[in-house]
Write a protein that binds this ligand. Structure first.
Ligand code: NAD
Length: 303
């Protein structure tokens, strides 16, 4: 199976590295010239649990040079997905599968604008990675990866992708309810990301203050209400899950926090902003999510 990963940032490089180590046929497509050039000349350096790996991975900034792909995996920031999908069209043959493991809502829609729905599968991953400098990443978090067909069917192709991930050490399950799992992850991002970003706190510090915990509970409760009204099945208590993630990632400065710290655009539109959009369609008020989305957008405008 020839896999092309669109986006050679933190997560794309991580998946590219572990799939390459597992002897899969993988290509990374990157944009940042520094990162691409360092990897082309010296290979990718991955820090993982105190060990350092130097890995020769296939990487290019020219997507036209790869040929056709069996699987295209998107690890692009959500606001860049549409552009990356158009770039990836050249990789397409009749049975190419397009998979997103990005965070937030809206990736499926962005991909399906240009790709036939029957060729798209969806997923979420509990892994985390940080780009330390060009050519160097840290594997920073471990967790399950779930993938599934949009219509919930268990197919050979989705099993095949799961097997490939499993062989590479990426613990993966195929789900018949992948949209529920996308929302489950969204609850975590809705509660933590913008709040930690604005307050300048690390994840764990959110639970040190009653004020941040009250705000977090309101943000998550609003998102849960929207999800319920949309018919999303919610099995585990979302708030308890968010609190567990805060504890498990105490020392982590979340990605939206890092984006604000470095004056970069955030994924707010796909996270709290997506809750606001969905709520509007349902005609229900989500004042906490509306306010925090507005605040982040104003901060972005000052960059
Ligand atoms: P990142 O910014 O490190 O990487 C994105 C990369 O995509 C950048 O290198 C950018 O140059 C590249 N890019 C943009 N447009 C492109 C194009 N058209 N063609 C090729 N490359 C292009 O971001 P990340 O942290 O790897 O996150 C990617 C996605 O995964 C996001 O949706 C994020 O929320 C999600 N995610 C991240 C983590 C994490 O720990 N970092 C964990 C789970 C999910």
């Amino acid at each position: 199976m020839k896999t092309v990963i669109m986006g050679a940032g933190a997560m794309g490089s991580l998946f590219g590295a572990v799939l390459t180590l597992s002897e899969e046929d993988v290509w990374l497509v990157g944009r940042g010239r520094d990162h691409v050039e360092v990897i082309q000349s010296k290979g990718l350096t991955m820090e993982e649990k105190g060990k350092i790996y130097h890995i020769r991975v296939n990487i290019t900034s020219d997507v036209t040079s790869i040929g056709k792909a069996d699987l295209v995996l998107f690890f692009i920031k959500t606001y860049q997905t549409e552009r990356a999908v158009s770039d990836a069209l050249i990789l397409q043959k009749e049975d190419t599968i397009f998979l997103t493991l990005q965070n937030g809502l809206g990736n499926e829609e962005a991909i399906c604008k240009q790709i036939d729905r029957k060729n798209v599968i969806l997923g979420v991953t509990g892994h985390g990675a940080t780009l330390l400098e060009p050519g160097r990443i840290r594997h920073a978090g471990w967790g399950k990866t779930h993938i599934g067909e949009l219509d919930g069917k268990i197919t050979d192709r989705v099993n095949h992708v799961a097997q490939m991930f499993l062989k590479a050490g990426i613990e993966t399950e195929v789900s018949q309810h992948i949209h529920d799992l996308v929302w489950e992850k969204l609850f975590v991002n809705v509660g933590i990301n913008a709040l930690a970003a604005i307050t300048g706190l690390k994840n764990g510090q959110l639970s040190d203050y009653p004020e941040t915990m009250r705000l977090l509970e309101s943000l998550v409760s609003e998102a849960v209400e929207v999800a319920r009204r949309k018919g999303i099945r919610i099995e585990r208590d979302p708030l308890e899950r968010v609190k567990a993630v805060i504890e498990a990632t105490r020392e982590n400065r979340c990605s939206m926090g890092q984006d604000l710290d470095y004056k970069r655009r955030t994924e707010i539109d796909a996270i709290n902003g997506a809750v606001v959009r969905e709520a509007k369609q349902l005609g229900i008020p989500v004042p906490y999510n509306q306010m925090i989305t507005g605040l982040i957008k104003v901060i972005e405008k000052t960059f």
